[in-house]
Ligand binder design. Structure first.
Ligand code: COA
Length: 160
């Protein structure tokens, strides 16, 4: 069974993330969306909230499950038997950073393959921080960028 990991902080999961996860799910038997604790980033949503939102957003995808993790990505991949890491590439600006992370992961775990899926044009500019900013200013626009459950959670978070 080919199992892939799609890791990230998912603070919160966006339509761009969902696009990558959906594409990955068509390529392998099972996708595990790995929600990183990422405490250093001081996330808006707790790990439990980010995991729950990712579960709701992917509930329609039968071969996708969502798991939280803390620690090294390579260790988590080993623990759950994943042989591939799938990440989204939005723009050239992502490349340097992804290049560094991938090189490090190859060093730590040579047998773990990393594969990149290019984002389609409509998601190239999208990021979780842009979504958080929009939510804090004009939540009417949110539905274009995130699944409905996430828009609702953001509205609740920023309710004034
Ligand atoms: N669509 C929309 N947004 C996307 C995206 C996509 N396809 N791909 C990335 N992004 C955005 C995220 O929304 C996030 O935006 P923000 O910073 O504006 O909030 C940004 O890109 C960074 O994404 P993030 O989810 O934080 O991922 P990352 O590339 O920084 O890596 C982990 C996160 C979990 C994969 C990485 O930190 C990790 O492996 N951590 C475990 C510890 C470890 O193993 N470290 C050593 C290896 S690096």
């Amino acid at each position: 069974m080919k199992r892939a990991l799609t890791p990230g902080t998912f603070d919160p999961i966006t339509s761009g993330h969902l696009d990558v996860i959906t594409r990955a799910a068509q390529l392998v038997d099972e996708v595990v969306v790995a929600v990183a604790a990422s405490q250093k980033k001081g996330p808006l949503f707790t790990l439990e909230e980010r995991t729950a939102l990712a579960r709701q957003a992917t509930a329609h995808l039968p071969n996708v499950r969502v798991e939280p993790f803390d620690g090294l990505l390579v260790d988590f991949a080993h623990e759950i038997g994943a042989s591939i890491v799938v990440k989204g590439l939005r723009a050239v600006t992502d490349f340097e950073y992804e290049f560094q992370q991938t090189a490090l992961n190859y060093q730590l775990s040579p047998e773990l393959e990393t594969v990149f899926i290019m984002s389609p044009p409509q998601y190239m500019y999208l990021s979780s921080s842009i979504v958080r900013e929009i939510a804090s200013m004009n939540d009417a626009k949110l539905d274009e960028f995130v699944p409905a459950c996430v828009a609702e959670a953001l509205r609740a978070k920023f309710a004034r």
